[in-house]
Write a protein that binds this ligand. Structure first.
Ligand SMILES: *Cc1c(COP(=O)(O)O)cnc(C)c1O
Ligand SMILES: [Zn+2]
Length: 470
């Protein structure tokens, strides 16, 4: 139970329930009604700075790991843990950058398009922002084993943090167990989980199967769950928005665009802005666009086809049930080249609907072709990303084409994962022929590669090389 003294507590997101629980409990759903949980704060008793600019002061004391971390230097906005419990591996040293090639590609001015590059995190994806918060909570409750189901990046991040509990010589190291779907994980990500020493179970099934199993196993064995049903993860992911604002000198952009998989990120972004607004730390809100892959587009379907809305917490959920019943009846599996968002049953759906309501949101889907064409443009700018991240750009292009986003609007796209996560896809796209290219055409219907930078085959001969250079 929650005690009145607690400055932070867990609360059911369903307003009609609103049950509260202590942060010392480990929960992934409301025990009363089964809906998701939030972390809430007694803001009157939290020491929140009066201006976001005050957070910049922490740069002066960066030797303190809590101030070095791109998550914990905003601790006053996610203050659920004592400082001693915090586990940081240097997450959140990320970058917001203007991208002229991307701007031109989507049809906006170069000055208005920004990429928030989360591939710079220690494990190469935004997941580290959330994992640091979840591991901190796991340490608060004395967990010894941490598990997740993953399309790859959650497991890479979990494995890295668990390894750090040993490497840093902590009293209570955590053991990592990860569940991945068979054959559906990008090489770079599987490599990380193996290399960092996580016990890696490849389930004969898809992500949605692995997700169900990990919850059963966690219950049977008392293992701490690190998926984004864990409300503490999303508290860390709020910091992506804090850093983005900081890079824009605390000016709120007109649009935030991100890919949608399990919908943790979009949910966290909505919560971040809603809290900042309530606290009077921002004076306006951005709009949010969440981009699904066409082959894994539950959010797009329920939001656009069935008009499912948060409705201040009274979700008209019939459309969700109808959609899931249809997927089951037709035996439809999620299928996209953007494996990080190859998810048909997004666990944070309700929270994402809330975020869309708060931020006047839009939902779109992009085909694998559109995603990879956009990905090649991101790569051209020297940043590069994995396929799922490029959904942000493919979505932005469509929003401009449909005149939903117009010239002069400032847009920040979240680039969620590093380019080297899925090299097989990148090489396939750029190659003129070969197995990897064929795989994209056969399995993902990516028939054209208009933005390819094909390697040039040349004889090992000076004249031939000079000729090839033109
Ligand atoms: C996890 C992940 C996503 C999806 O984020 P959600 O919060 O699950 O919607 C998108 N891109 C990358 C690279 C990811 O690792
Ligand atoms: Zn409840």
């Amino acid at each position: 139970m929650r005690t009145k003294e607690e400055l932070a507590f867990q609360r059911c997101i369903r307003p009609a329930c609103a049950a509260t629980f202590s942060v010392s409990e480990t929960l992934t759903a409301c025990p009363k009604c089964g809906d998701l949980l939030d972390i809430n704060y007694d803001w009157n008793r939290q020491q929140v700075p009066s201006s976001l600019k005050d957070f910049e002061k922490k740069y002066a004391t960066r030797r303190n790991p809590l101030h070095y971390s791109g998550v914990w230097r905003f601790k006053e906005l996610l203050n659920f843990a004592p400082d001693e419990a915090v586990l940081s591996i240097g997450e959140g040293q990320t970058l917001l950058r203007r991208e002229a090639d991307v701007a031109q590609y989507v049809g906006l001015d170069a000055k208005d398009v920004f990429l928030q590059y989360e591939g710079l995190n220690p494990s190469g994806s935004f997941k580290d922002n959330g994992m640091t918060a979840a591991f901190t909570h796991a340490r608060m409750v004395g967990a010894r084993m941490a598990a997740c189901a993953s399309t790859g990046n959650t497991s890479a991040s979990l494995a890295a943090f668990a390894a750090a509990t040993r490497a840093l010589g902590l009293d209570n190291p955590l053991e990592a167990i990860v569940f991945v779907g068979s054959g559906r994980i990008a090489m770079g990500k599987l490599a990380q989980s193996l290399d960092y020493g996580a016990r890696t179970l490849q389930i004969l099934g898809r992500f949605d199967d692995a997700m169900r199993r990990v919850q059963e196993v966690a219950k049977a064995r008392g293992i701490y769950i690190m998926n984004s049903v864990n409300p503490f993860r999303l508290e860390g992911q709020k910091a992506i928005m804090y850093r983005l604002l900081e890079a824009l000198n605390w000016e709120v952009p007109d649009w935030i665009i991100c890919p949608g998989g399990n919908l943790g990120n979009s949910s966290a972004f909505g919560k971040a802005f809603s809290e900042l607004h309530c606290l009077g730390l921002v004076s306006r809100l951005p709009r949010l666009a969440v981009i699904n892959a066409a082959g894994a587009d539950t959010l797009n379907r329920v939001y656009n086809d069935y008009s499912v809305r948060w409705n201040e917490g009274a979700i008209n959920s019939k459309g969700i049930e109808t959609h899931y019943a249809k997927l089951d009846a037709e035996g439809t599996q999620a299928h996209t080249v953007a494996t990080a968002i190859e998810i048909n049953r997004p666990v944070n759906l309700h929270k994402c609907l809330r975020a869309l309501e708060c931020l006047n949101g839009m939902v779109l889907s992009a085909s694998d072709q559109e995603i990879l064409d956009a990905k090649a443009i991101v790569g051209r700018g020297g940043i590069g990303c994995e396929p799922a991240s490029a959904a942000s750009i493919a979505g932005l292009k469509k929003l401009v084409e449909r005149k939903i986003i117009g010239k002069g609007e400032r847009v920040a796209c979240v680039i969620t994962g590093h380019q080297l996560k899925a090299p097989e896809v990148t090489v396939g796209y750029h190659s003129p022929s070969g197995d990897l290219k064929k795989k994209l055409a056969d399995e993902h219907d990516v028939q054209r590669t208009p933005n390819a930078n094909a390697p040039i085959q040349v004889e090992n001969d000076l004249d031939a090389i000079l000729k090839a250079l033109g």
